[in-house]
Design a protein around this ligand. Sequence first.
Ligand SMILES: [Zn+2]
Length: 254
Amino acid sequence: MRPEFVDFHCHLDLYPDLEGAIAECEARQTATLAVTTTPKAFPRNRQLASNSEFVRVGLGIHPQLVAERAHELNLFEQLLPETRYVGEVGLDAGPHHYRSFDQQREVFRSILCLCARAGDKILSVHSVRSAKHVLDLVEEHLPADRGKVVLHWFTGTVSEVRRGVQLGCYFSVNERMLSSQKGRRILCEIPDDRLLTETDGPFVERSGRPVGPGDVKPALGEAAKIKNIGIENLQDRVLKNLRDILKVSSAKDQ
Ligand SMILES: [Zn+2]
């Protein structure tokens, strides 16, 4: 069955019932990237999603956890050959995590180098208050022919969006992001062929409750309105973008 929707960044394992969350993505026919926050969480996620048609699992080390989890980089390296998807990874220079910023940079740099060496990985990348550093590291260590980067909930400047586009990055947007003026401005700068949707559930809430896993319809509707495109056209476009991302890069074995 073909997917109807795309949720390219959702923490399925942070909902109370991971199996139920996977089942919801199936029921919604949403192609979902289940990001994880530590390598230790990857095997259980992957096992429970192994029979899923629409859910794929990313191997991640969340930048907010790097201070305690940097040692899991070894496990990350061991598990990397088992998956094409990497996330959540990246940098966070927000006030609570700035102290570990140097360590985060080291870990993220290592991850980019491992992905470049392996080839053909697809990464969901966090860049809170650190868009420039994320783009610098991507430019230096993961050229577009060695892997694909999806910038999740991007909050950089308009010129940083353009730079990301030049580097070959995609962008996944969620309903919360599109509720702010700045997020809408960023969306307008993202070319249609680089756009994906996400929930970032369960962190994003709607009417005081976490959005459902794979429930990207509001984000899609809002994005269509802002871009002044028919919702079905944008839905098709996002599905096509997903297919483009999934195309195996010819550089894989070089
Ligand atoms: Zn996240």
